[in-house]
Design a protein around this ligand. Structure first.
Ligand code: PGA
Length: 256
Protein backbone atom coordinates (compact mmCIF):
# COMPACT_ATOMS: atom_id res chain seq x y z
CA UNK A 1 0.00 0.00 0.00
CA UNK A 2 1.68 3.21 -1.16
CA UNK A 3 -0.47 5.42 1.06
CA UNK A 4 0.07 5.48 4.83
CA UNK A 5 -2.91 3.84 6.55
CA UNK A 6 -4.82 6.10 8.92
CA UNK A 7 -6.87 5.06 11.94
CA UNK A 8 -8.89 8.03 13.10
CA UNK A 9 -11.24 8.24 16.06
CA UNK A 10 -14.18 10.64 16.11
CA UNK A 11 -15.25 11.07 19.70
CA UNK A 12 -18.24 13.28 18.83
CA UNK A 13 -19.68 14.89 21.98
CA UNK A 14 -18.23 12.34 24.38
CA UNK A 15 -15.62 12.56 27.15
CA UNK A 16 -14.77 15.07 29.82
CA UNK A 17 -11.16 16.13 30.35
CA UNK A 18 -10.83 13.53 33.11
CA UNK A 19 -12.14 10.82 30.79
CA UNK A 20 -9.83 11.91 27.98
CA UNK A 21 -6.89 11.78 30.38
CA UNK A 22 -7.82 8.24 31.42
CA UNK A 23 -8.06 7.23 27.74
CA UNK A 24 -4.63 8.69 26.96
CA UNK A 25 -3.06 6.97 29.96
CA UNK A 26 -4.58 3.61 29.08
CA UNK A 27 -3.60 3.91 25.40
CA UNK A 28 -0.09 4.91 26.48
CA UNK A 29 0.18 1.64 28.38
CA UNK A 30 -0.59 -0.19 25.12
CA UNK A 31 1.50 2.00 22.85
CA UNK A 32 3.60 -0.98 21.71
CA UNK A 33 0.50 -1.97 19.72
CA UNK A 34 0.72 1.24 17.65
CA UNK A 35 2.83 0.22 14.65
CA UNK A 36 4.86 3.09 13.18
CA UNK A 37 3.76 2.29 9.61
CA UNK A 38 0.25 3.42 10.50
CA UNK A 39 -0.88 6.93 11.37
CA UNK A 40 -3.32 7.53 14.23
CA UNK A 41 -5.48 10.47 15.19
CA UNK A 42 -8.27 11.34 17.61
CA UNK A 43 -10.81 14.02 16.71
CA UNK A 44 -11.83 15.13 20.19
CA UNK A 45 -14.03 17.84 21.71
CA UNK A 46 -12.07 21.12 21.94
CA UNK A 47 -11.95 20.95 25.73
CA UNK A 48 -10.05 17.64 25.53
CA UNK A 49 -7.42 18.72 23.01
CA UNK A 50 -5.02 20.09 25.60
CA UNK A 51 -4.87 17.02 27.79
CA UNK A 52 -4.58 14.82 24.70
CA UNK A 53 -1.73 16.90 23.31
CA UNK A 54 0.16 16.47 26.54
CA UNK A 55 -0.70 12.85 27.28
CA UNK A 56 -1.38 10.87 24.10
CA UNK A 57 1.37 8.60 22.82
CA UNK A 58 3.47 10.57 20.29
CA UNK A 59 2.21 8.47 17.36
CA UNK A 60 -1.36 9.72 17.83
CA UNK A 61 -2.11 13.06 16.20
CA UNK A 62 -4.71 15.60 17.27
CA UNK A 63 -7.85 16.16 15.26
CA UNK A 64 -10.79 18.54 15.58
CA UNK A 65 -14.39 17.81 14.63
CA UNK A 66 -15.31 21.16 13.17
CA UNK A 67 -14.07 24.66 12.32
CA UNK A 68 -15.55 27.96 11.17
CA UNK A 69 -14.11 29.24 7.88
CA UNK A 70 -13.11 32.75 9.00
CA UNK A 71 -9.88 34.00 10.55
CA UNK A 72 -11.66 35.69 13.48
CA UNK A 73 -14.74 37.74 14.16
CA UNK A 74 -18.10 38.01 15.86
CA UNK A 75 -19.07 34.34 15.49
CA UNK A 76 -20.21 33.37 18.96
CA UNK A 77 -19.56 29.74 19.75
CA UNK A 78 -17.35 29.02 16.75
CA UNK A 79 -13.64 28.18 16.51
CA UNK A 80 -11.19 29.58 13.97
CA UNK A 81 -8.77 27.49 11.89
CA UNK A 82 -5.77 29.45 13.19
CA UNK A 83 -6.75 28.60 16.78
CA UNK A 84 -6.68 24.90 15.95
CA UNK A 85 -3.46 25.11 13.93
CA UNK A 86 -1.64 27.01 16.69
CA UNK A 87 -2.59 24.21 19.03
CA UNK A 88 -0.89 21.55 16.92
CA UNK A 89 -4.08 20.12 15.43
CA UNK A 90 -3.25 18.11 12.32
CA UNK A 91 -6.63 16.92 11.07
CA UNK A 92 -10.01 18.63 10.93
CA UNK A 93 -13.26 16.90 9.99
CA UNK A 94 -15.58 18.73 7.60
CA UNK A 95 -18.99 17.66 6.37
CA UNK A 96 -19.71 14.91 8.88
CA UNK A 97 -23.25 13.68 8.23
CA UNK A 98 -24.33 14.73 11.73
CA UNK A 99 -23.33 18.30 10.88
CA UNK A 100 -24.97 18.12 7.47
CA UNK A 101 -28.22 16.82 8.98
CA UNK A 102 -28.44 18.44 12.42
CA UNK A 103 -26.87 21.79 11.56
CA UNK A 104 -27.87 22.09 7.92
CA UNK A 105 -24.35 22.39 6.52
CA UNK A 106 -24.29 22.67 2.73
CA UNK A 107 -21.61 21.44 0.34
CA UNK A 108 -20.73 25.08 -0.30
CA UNK A 109 -20.19 25.86 3.38
CA UNK A 110 -18.21 22.64 3.81
CA UNK A 111 -16.03 23.70 0.87
CA UNK A 112 -15.28 27.01 2.63
CA UNK A 113 -14.19 25.05 5.71
CA UNK A 114 -11.97 22.76 3.64
CA UNK A 115 -10.24 25.76 2.05
CA UNK A 116 -9.71 27.37 5.47
CA UNK A 117 -8.29 24.12 6.92
CA UNK A 118 -5.81 23.80 4.03
CA UNK A 119 -4.87 27.50 4.14
CA UNK A 120 -3.92 27.02 7.79
CA UNK A 121 -1.62 24.09 7.09
CA UNK A 122 -3.89 21.37 8.46
CA UNK A 123 -5.26 18.30 6.70
CA UNK A 124 -8.97 18.26 5.89
CA UNK A 125 -10.99 15.07 6.35
CA UNK A 126 -14.00 15.51 4.10
CA UNK A 127 -16.85 13.22 5.17
CA UNK A 128 -19.25 12.05 2.49
CA UNK A 129 -21.92 9.38 2.20
CA UNK A 130 -25.35 8.48 0.91
CA UNK A 131 -28.45 8.12 3.06
CA UNK A 132 -30.65 5.03 3.00
CA UNK A 133 -33.12 6.31 0.42
CA UNK A 134 -30.30 7.35 -1.91
CA UNK A 135 -28.86 3.87 -1.50
CA UNK A 136 -32.22 2.32 -2.34
CA UNK A 137 -32.49 4.58 -5.38
CA UNK A 138 -29.10 3.33 -6.58
CA UNK A 139 -27.54 6.81 -6.69
CA UNK A 140 -24.78 6.25 -4.12
CA UNK A 141 -21.85 6.94 -6.46
CA UNK A 142 -23.41 10.08 -7.94
CA UNK A 143 -24.20 11.46 -4.47
CA UNK A 144 -20.80 10.68 -3.04
CA UNK A 145 -18.68 11.85 -5.97
CA UNK A 146 -20.79 15.02 -6.11
CA UNK A 147 -20.05 15.71 -2.43
CA UNK A 148 -16.33 15.07 -3.03
CA UNK A 149 -16.07 17.37 -6.05
CA UNK A 150 -17.98 20.16 -4.33
CA UNK A 151 -16.17 19.71 -1.02
CA UNK A 152 -12.69 19.85 -2.55
CA UNK A 153 -13.52 22.46 -5.20
CA UNK A 154 -10.83 25.12 -5.63
CA UNK A 155 -8.01 23.06 -4.10
CA UNK A 156 -4.91 22.43 -6.20
CA UNK A 157 -4.04 18.90 -7.32
CA UNK A 158 -1.24 18.85 -4.73
CA UNK A 159 -3.64 19.84 -1.96
CA UNK A 160 -6.15 17.18 -3.01
CA UNK A 161 -3.35 14.60 -3.07
CA UNK A 162 -2.61 15.33 0.59
CA UNK A 163 -6.25 15.43 1.73
CA UNK A 164 -8.39 12.72 3.30
CA UNK A 165 -11.93 11.69 2.34
CA UNK A 166 -13.99 9.55 4.70
CA UNK A 167 -16.71 7.54 2.98
CA UNK A 168 -19.40 7.02 5.60
CA UNK A 169 -22.78 5.74 4.48
CA UNK A 170 -25.24 7.68 6.65
CA UNK A 171 -27.27 4.54 7.39
CA UNK A 172 -24.13 2.80 8.73
CA UNK A 173 -23.17 5.46 11.27
CA UNK A 174 -23.82 4.32 14.83
CA UNK A 175 -26.27 1.70 13.58
CA UNK A 176 -24.20 -1.46 13.86
CA UNK A 177 -24.71 -1.95 10.11
CA UNK A 178 -21.79 -1.58 7.71
CA UNK A 179 -21.35 -1.40 4.00
CA UNK A 180 -19.80 -4.58 2.64
CA UNK A 181 -16.08 -4.17 1.97
CA UNK A 182 -16.83 -4.76 -1.73
CA UNK A 183 -19.43 -2.00 -1.85
CA UNK A 184 -17.19 0.43 0.07
CA UNK A 185 -14.29 -0.38 -2.27
CA UNK A 186 -16.48 0.30 -5.29
CA UNK A 187 -17.44 3.72 -3.95
CA UNK A 188 -13.81 4.50 -3.06
CA UNK A 189 -12.78 3.56 -6.58
CA UNK A 190 -15.44 5.89 -7.99
CA UNK A 191 -14.15 8.72 -5.76
CA UNK A 192 -10.60 8.15 -7.00
CA UNK A 193 -11.73 8.09 -10.64
CA UNK A 194 -13.62 11.37 -10.22
CA UNK A 195 -10.58 12.97 -8.55
CA UNK A 196 -8.25 11.70 -11.31
CA UNK A 197 -10.51 13.19 -13.94
CA UNK A 198 -11.04 16.53 -12.18
CA UNK A 199 -7.52 17.10 -10.80
CA UNK A 200 -4.90 14.54 -11.82
CA UNK A 201 -4.02 10.85 -11.55
CA UNK A 202 -1.34 11.83 -9.01
CA UNK A 203 -3.91 13.61 -6.83
CA UNK A 204 -6.14 10.51 -6.97
CA UNK A 205 -3.19 8.28 -6.09
CA UNK A 206 -2.21 10.39 -3.07
CA UNK A 207 -5.69 11.02 -1.63
CA UNK A 208 -6.40 8.82 1.36
CA UNK A 209 -9.90 7.37 1.54
CA UNK A 210 -11.20 6.02 4.85
CA UNK A 211 -14.29 3.91 5.44
CA UNK A 212 -16.54 4.89 8.34
CA UNK A 213 -19.77 3.54 9.80
CA UNK A 214 -19.88 0.97 12.62
CA UNK A 215 -16.20 0.07 12.31
CA UNK A 216 -15.03 -2.21 15.13
CA UNK A 217 -11.91 -4.24 15.96
CA UNK A 218 -13.38 -7.32 14.28
CA UNK A 219 -14.30 -5.70 10.95
CA UNK A 220 -11.69 -2.97 10.41
CA UNK A 221 -9.23 -5.26 8.60
CA UNK A 222 -11.84 -6.30 6.03
CA UNK A 223 -12.10 -2.67 4.88
CA UNK A 224 -8.43 -1.75 5.07
CA UNK A 225 -7.58 -4.82 3.00
CA UNK A 226 -9.38 -3.25 0.03
CA UNK A 227 -6.95 -1.55 -2.36
CA UNK A 228 -8.69 1.84 -2.40
CA UNK A 229 -9.47 2.05 1.33
CA UNK A 230 -6.63 3.46 3.40
CA UNK A 231 -8.01 3.33 6.91
CA UNK A 232 -11.07 4.00 9.01
CA UNK A 233 -12.94 6.82 10.71
CA UNK A 234 -14.38 5.33 13.88
CA UNK A 235 -16.95 6.74 16.27
CA UNK A 236 -18.21 4.47 19.06
CA UNK A 237 -15.37 1.94 18.96
CA UNK A 238 -12.74 4.69 19.29
CA UNK A 239 -13.93 5.70 22.77
CA UNK A 240 -12.35 2.72 24.47
CA UNK A 241 -8.53 2.58 24.50
CA UNK A 242 -8.41 -1.21 24.33
CA UNK A 243 -10.71 -1.23 21.33
CA UNK A 244 -8.65 1.55 19.68
CA UNK A 245 -5.46 -0.48 20.21
CA UNK A 246 -7.19 -3.63 18.92
CA UNK A 247 -8.13 -1.80 15.70
CA UNK A 248 -4.50 -0.66 15.38
CA UNK A 249 -3.37 -4.26 15.68
CA UNK A 250 -5.94 -5.44 13.16
CA UNK A 251 -4.66 -2.89 10.61
CA UNK A 252 -1.11 -3.96 11.35
CA UNK A 253 -2.18 -7.50 10.50
CA UNK A 254 -3.21 -6.28 7.02
CA UNK A 255 0.29 -4.86 6.43
CA UNK A 256 1.96 -8.18 7.21
P1 PGA B 1 -19.61 4.97 14.30
O1 PGA B 1 -19.43 6.49 13.82
O2 PGA B 1 -18.24 4.31 14.16
O3 PGA B 1 -20.04 5.06 15.75
O4 PGA B 1 -20.61 4.34 13.41
C1 PGA B 1 -18.65 6.81 12.71
C2 PGA B 1 -18.62 8.30 12.49
O5 PGA B 1 -19.64 8.96 12.74
O6 PGA B 1 -17.59 8.85 12.06
Amino acid sequence: MARTPLLMGNWKMYKTVAEARAFAEALGQQSQKLDSRIEYAICAPYTCLHVLRVMLPAQVRLGAQNVFPEKEGAYTGEIAPGMLAEFGTKYVLAGHSERRMLFGESDQFINQKIKAIVANGMTPVLCVGENSSQKEDGVTKEVVTGQVLQGLDGLTADEVGRAVVAYEPVWAIGSGKTATPDDAEEVARAIRAAVAETWSPEAAEGLRILYGGSVKPDNVASFVREPDLDGALVGGASLDPTSFAAMAEAIKGVLE
